[in-house]
Every structure is written in structure tokens, then in C-alpha cells.
Design a protein around this ligand. Structure first.
Ligand SMILES: [Zn+2]
Length: 434
């Protein structure tokens, strides 16, 4: 066993001793070890930005994809990228089975689900290799692109903080022995004990990177500020923000107060790591992805990196601008995202803070297809829901009761049912307070 591998398993032992709520799947770990060599090679290629997908390569691949994958069977003969029809998230959600390559089903596939921050969630199947790449290489890749290679020294630990109530506390050990551990930490932002536990973990394990959505990082920062005590982030290497828009205010707050490098990345479940920030803090499209923008700014993405579900011209639902030429000298286009997936934090009169994505599981439980959540005054939320199926007459009252149970008693909730247009990413959560 390599020395780094011993370090990683020692870290697992320490983590499990101090935080017994973590799960470590030994069998899955041993099974993944047969892919250790692959992961090491993939890291060398990714780090050196080899394996570049060009539009020409993409066009040349469509003949083959058309033969193999039922969802692409109707494609006309393709000469340029524009000949490939756009793939919408609605289509991929409705017919996801049709986009799986039948040739890849012998390998054990890994099912992932989109976060649901921007629209109804969608299931995507990953090959083992793509799963390992996303799990272990995404953060190291972002660090290398940002010029923070020195943080990759072992023992390397990444804490990924999530507010999904479906996520369990879990730790993964890298089978290549290069990157140490990746730990997933669920946090309930409305629960002070849960926030304290998360901060204690960050302080104790001194991770090289804490990764999360920016508004969750903002909520942790809010608690650190209110405590005015020790800074639990003092020994953290860097913050990695992804999953929604990092606003300039939050960027300044986070890096200013915590004094840490803050690295932004843009990743979709459908295409994996899609863009990462350079040392100038500009996002650059990853070499394994072909990005285009339509006339209205819609970002369209293609990637063949996940062999189980190759993605051709996917309408990401995000908007932005692509251009070449950045002082950093990167050879891939720079991507300026339009402010889209902003998730506001709701501040209550009690001084507490609430990240509304925590409500997502409530909506899923009640089969709500689409929703809008608006904080209309300091202590009032107005929620509009569109039921996915024939709804029981008590639906709005049931949703109101479930949401109310998650909020301070002084906050009132009004729920109404209505048809909602399929949302752009920024439509789901809004605050009307200044
Ligand atoms: Zn750059």
C-alpha cells in the first residue's frame, strides 16, 4: 500500500472516531481501488489539459453516437455543430433512459441526481471512471487552474458542505492515493447545533478545501461573525464555490473576512466540471467541454467525457458570454456567466439566516413540479407551487405546514397553487427586501 494511501486511511479512522455519524463504505472503496491506476493517468491528462474536445471531433463523433444511442438516432447527418439539434433538460428528464449508451451498461453505473436548485431534478448515469473523476479530480483541477497547486500536498482533505436533506455524512478515500479524502457534510442552516458541528469539523480537520454553494458558505460566515470568537477557517487552505452564482458582495465578504483564496467553478451534473477559475478569477471552459452561446446568451454545452451518457449540445439554462484572450494565457475560452442562479439568503428579524434551497426536499416530498419562494417582508414568505400530478385538496395547507415547521415561529407562510412557466434558473428564490 502506498504511503499516501496509508495517510488517507488514517484520516478516515480519525474522522470516524471523532464524528461517528460518517459512513465509509469499505466495499465500495476496495472495488474502486482497481481504478486507481486509471485515476492517476486521468489526473495527469486533466492537469496538463490534454484530451481536448474540439468542435471538429464532436461533429466527427456524431455518426457513431447516432448508431449507438437511441436518443440521438434521429439526428440528421451533421457537418457543423449547428446541425445538431439542442438537447433540452425537459427532454433529458423525460427520456433519460434513451440517452444511455447500451454498450456501457455492463460496467456498474453510478446514478446521480441534479441538485434541483434551478429546476426539477434529473437523473444522470455515470460510468465508474467519470464518477471517480468528478468525485476526486474536480477540486484538485480547480486548484491547479487557479494556480494553487501548493494546496495539493498530502494529506489532502476536502469537506463538501451540502444542505440536501437526502445527503448522508459520508467519506470517500481516493483509490489512486493522490488526493486523500473527500468528505460530504450535510448541514441544516436553520439548526444552530448542525452549523456548530460543521464549523467544529472544519476547525478540527483543517481541510485543504471547503467546497459548497456560495450562499451556504455565506451562512457559515454569518455564524462565524455572530460568534466573534476563534475563526474555524484559520487553517483551511481555500474555499471552492460552485452550484449557484457567487455575487461580488459575497465574494468580497468571504475572501475578505476569512482571508482565504476563493476559487469558483462551474459544474453541471450533466457535464461534470465545466469551467474553472484562472488566477485572474475568470472562469475558463474545461478542455473536455465544448461551450457555445446562442444569440440570447444561452450557454450550450457538449461533453463526451461520461461514456454512459455523452451530452451533445445541451441547453444548460444558464446565460453568459464567451470570449478568448485573458491575461492568464489560458488556451480555452473565458466564460462570463450572467447573474443567474442567485440564491438569496433570507434574514429573519431574530437575526437568524435561512437558505431557501433547504425547502427543496419539502417540494419534492409533495410532488411539486415548479415553485417560487419570495420573502416579501422580514417575517413573511409567499410561496407559489405548481403540483406535478393531480393534487389532494389539502396540498397547499400541507406544504404550508411542512414549511412553517422549518422556520422560526414568528415567520408566517402563505402558499398558493398556480401554473408557473418553466423557470430560468434565477426564478425560484427571491427576496424583495433591500
Ligand atoms: Zn484567465
Amino acid at each position: 500500500m502506498a504511503r499516501t494511501e496509508e495517510v488517507a486511511l488514517g484520516q478516515v479512522r480519525d474522522l470516524l472516531r471523532d464524528f461517528p455519524a460518517f459512513e465509509f463504505d469499505v466495499v465500495a472503496h476496495l472495488q474502486s481501488m482497481r481504478h486507481g491506476t486509471w485515476l492517476r493517468k486521468a489526473w495527469t491528462r486533466t492537469r496538463a489539459a490534454r484530451d481536448r474536445l474540439t468542435p471538429e471531433h464532436l461533429v466527427a463523433s456524431t455518426d457513431d453516437l447516432r448508431r449507438r444511442i437511441p436518443g440521438y438516432r434521429g439526428l440528421p447527418p451533421v457537418r457543423t455543430l449547428d446541425d445538431i439539434p439542442l438537447l433540452t433538460s425537459q427532454r433529458l428528464r423525460a427520456d433519460s433512459l434513451l440517452f444511455i449508451d447500451p454498450a456501457e451498461t455492463d460496467e456498474s453505473l453510478v446514478m446521480t441526481t441534479t441538485s434541483g436548485t434551478t429546476g426539477p431534478s434529473l437523473r444522470v448515469l455515470y460510468t465508474q471512471h467519470f464518477h471517480l473523476r468528478e468525485l476526486f479530480l474536480a477540486v484538485p483541477t480547480a486548484l491547479v487552474r487557479a494556480g494553487l497547486d501548493h494546496l495539493l500536498a498530502t494529506p489532502f482533505l476536502t469537506l463538501h458542505v451540502t444542505d440536501s436533506t437526502r445527503a448522508t455524512a459520508q467519506v470517500f478515500s481516493d483509490p489512486a492515493g493522490l488526493f486523500g479524502l473527500q468528505a460530504r457534510v450535510p448541514v441544516a442552516v436553520g439548526d444552530p447545533a448542525s452549523v456548530d458541528r460543521t464549523l467544529a469539523m472544519i476547525e478540527e480537520f483543517k481541510p485543504a478545501a471547503v467546497t459548497s454553494r456560495p450562499e451556504l458558505l455565506g451562512a457559515l460566515l454569518h455564524t462565524v461573525r455572530r460568534r466573534q470568537g476563534r475563526n474555524p477557517f484559520a487553517s483551511v487552505g481555500c474555499l471552492v464555490s460552485s452550484g449557484s452564482t457567487l455575487t461580488p458582495t459575497l465574494r468580497a465578504d468571504l475572501s475578505g473576512l476569512l482571508g482565504l483564496p476563493l476559487v469558483e467553478l462551474y459544474a453541471l451534473t450533466e457535464t461534470g466540471l465545466t469551467a474553472a477559475a484562472c488566477p485572474q478569477a475568470a472562469l475558463h471552459v474545461e478542455p473536455s467541454v465544448v461551450a457555445e452561446t446562442l444569440a440570447d446568451g444561452t450557454i450550450v454545452l457538449s461533453s463526451l467525457a461520461n461514456a454512459a451518457m455523452p451530452i451533445l449540445r445541451y441547453d444548460s439554462g444558464d446565460r453568459g458570454r464567451l470570449d478568448d484572450g485573458c491575461p492568464c494565457g489560458s488556451s480555452t475560452p473565458r466564460l462570463a456567466l450572467a447573474p443567474g442562479r442567485v440564491v438569496p439568503c433570507f434574514h429573519w428579524p431574530t437575526g437568524e439566516l435561512f437558505v431557501p434551497t433547504a425547502l427543496h426536499d419539502v417540494f419534492e416530498r409533495f410532488s411539486v413540479r415548479e415553485f417560487r419562494v419570495v420573502q416579501v417582508s422580514p417575517d413573511r414568505l409567499e410561496i407559489t407551487i405548481e403540483p406535478a400530478t393531480a393534487a389532494p385538496p389539502t396540498l397547499t395547507a400541507d406544504v404550508a405546514a411542512a414549511v412553517t415547521a422549518m422556520l422560526p415561529t414568528s415567520v408566517t407562510v402563505a402558499v398558493s397553487a398556480s401554473d408557473l412557466p418553466a423557470g430560468r434558473p434565477n426564478d425560484r428564490y427571491r427576496s424583495e427586501l433591500a
